[in-house]
Design a protein around this ligand. Structure first.
Ligand SMILES: Cc1cc2nc3c(=O)[nH]c(=O)nc-3n(C[C@H](O)[C@H](O)[C@H](O)COP(=O)(O)O)c2cc1C
Length: 329
């Protein structure tokens, strides 16, 4: 019976694979080389010794990095292995935040679109204290350590979160500097982002990753934030930056686009960042296997899997195993 169910499920998976995914077996991948040191650059090493090559983006694997309940059956089939990724938690705010996600009706705030996802979740979470007590303090020290994503616009909240994170073992903290579903004052936000990076650095021992958005003035932020951050990653893109027509989530402000339709924007930000700084950049918006190498070719030093986990939860595992096999990782 189990075998039959597995076969039906596998058949379903194969039917949903895009043709390009099936026909790309011959592409060979060469790692990018740092011209100065001649070292392979496809890994990010943090100052605390943690290193990672593949990241599960915030929102992809839940609040503990182990994945959402509907992804768990794939483990049995060997198609979902969170240990291959350095997981970033879904963003935490100091206080619980209702946001737009309703667990009884997830498609209210998340929709699949052609080649990607649009979401208007708006930081739904049970708050920092809940996370610290139910997840943070139970983390096994040193094993598959998490990157914790935090979001705040308030200095006092940042202080409290940064100080309390010192108590637990983490790979890093990600400062979600701007939620694309939340419309704020972006000029003010640029200075605030730099100040928050500096303040965080003074208070917390874990390396800091800065998550930026297309709405940020990167020329202003990045050179000033450089002394405080160890990597940069890139958020999803407000609907109106990608599509001229109306969003299916217009009731919730339009939402933010990720995956293949976001690549034109997220990959151009990647390019901009690589030209602007030596801080390693994590490349987003993988949808097909060859996107991994396309990101490396654009200077990404680690690869992030985000909304692809929602649409095709098995693909990141399959892609990473294949990348490891074909490129001797
Ligand atoms: C349903 C959903 C929830 C998300 N939640 C968060 C979040 O809580 N914090 C955050 O920084 N990014 C969040 N993101 C953005 C992703 O982490 C990622 O930056 C974005 O999807 C772009 O990467 P991708 O094109 O590879 O998906 C979310 C994305 C989706 C689709």
């Amino acid at each position: 019976m189990t075998v039959m169910i597995s076969s039906i499920f596998l058949g379903f998976l194969l039917l949903t694979l895009e043709p390009s995914f099936v026909t790309i077996a011959t592409i060979s991948v060469a790692p990018s080389i740092d011209p100065k040191t001649e070292e392979v650059m496809n890994v990010i090493r943090l100052s605390n010794g943690y290193e990672f090559e593949y990241v599960a983006a915030s929102g992809a694997l839940g609040f503990d990095g182990q994945g959402w309940p509907w992804e768990q059956p794939l483990r049995v089939l060997g198609l979902f292995d969170p240990s291959l990724f350095k997981p970033v938690t879904k963003s935490l705010t100091w206080k619980p935040r209702r946001g737009n996600l309703r667990w009884h009706d997830p498609f209210r705030a998340v929709r699949f679109i052609d080649g990607g996802v649009v979401n208007a979740v708006d930081l739904t979470n049970l708050g920092f204290d809940w996370w610290l007590e139910t997840v943070g303090r139970r983390l096994e020290s040193g094993r598959q350590s998490l990157i914790v994503s935090i979001y705040t616009e308030d200095e006092t909240e940042l202080r409290q979160m940064a100080e309390r994170l010192n108590d637990i073992d983490l790979a890093a903290v990600e400062l979600n500097a701007h939620c694309p579903n939340h419309h704020g004052d972006f000029h003010h936000n640029a200075w605030q982002v730099v100040w928050f990076c500096e303040l965080y650095r003074r208070l917390c021992r874990h390396p800091l990753i800065l998550k930026v958005s297309v709405l940020h003035n990167l020329n202003l932020i990045v050179p000033k934030a450089e002394p405080y951050i160890e990597a940069i990653d890139i958020n999803s893109v407000p609907w109106s930056y990608v599509f001229p027509h109306r969003s299916p989530l217009r009731r919730l402000g339009g939402g933010a686009v990720s995956g293949q339709p976001a690549q034109a924007v997220t990959w151009s930000i990647l390019r901009q960042l690589v030209n602007l700084t030596d801080i390693p950049v994590i490349g987003p918006s993988v949808w097909r296997y060859q996107d991994i190498q396309a990101l490396r070719g654009r200077g990404a030093q680690a690869i992030s899997f985000g909304s692809i986990f929602l649409r095709y939860p098995w693909r990141p595992t399959i892609f990473v195993r294949r990348d490891q096999r074909e490129n001797g990782r």
